[in-house]
Unconditional design. Structure first.
Length: 108
C-alpha cells in the first residue's frame, strides 16, 4: 500500500467531478426502460430498451437497444451536453414507441 501524500485517495480525480454530478445521474430510480411489442398474428416479438448514463466527460448519453426478443439486437448511443437534454430525448423516444404499440414489460 502506498501511503505517499501524492497518491493519497483524498486526491483522487473523482472528487473534482463530485460537485458537477447531477442528482438524477446518481439516482437509480431513473433506471432503464424496457418495452416490448408482441403480436402473434404478425409473428412479431420485439423489444426496445432505453437507458441514460453519464459519460466520462460530464455529458449524458441515451443508450438504445432494440430487436427481436431472444436476440442481442442492435444498439445505438447518442450523447447530449446535459442530462436534461438526454431525458427529453428519452421521453420523446418512449412516447413514439408507445404510439407504435410497445408496452412496458411486466415485472417478473
Amino acid at each position: 500500500m502506498n501511503r505517499s501524500s501524492r497518491f493519497d485517495s483524498n486526491n483522487a480525480l473523482d472528487a473534482a467531478f463530485k460537485e458537477r454530478e447531477t442528482p438524477a445521474m446518481e439516482n437509480d430510480a431513473a433506471g432503464p426502460v424496457h418495452l416490448r411489442r408482441i403480436d402473434p398474428s404478425q409473428n412479431m416479438r420485439r423489444f426496445y430498451t432505453l437507458a441514460i448514463q453519464p459519460t466520462l466527460f460530464g455529458d449524458a448519453s441515451v443508450i438504445r437497444n432494440w430487436g427481436r426478443i431472444g436476440t442481442n439486437g442492435q444498439s445505438m448511443m447518442e450523447t447530449f451536453d446535459s442530462e436534461d437534454d438526454a431525458v427529453t430525448a428519452s421521453v420523446k423516444l418512449q412516447r413514439a414507441k408507445r404510439r407504435r404499440g410497445y408496452r412496458p414489460c411486466d415485472p417478473a
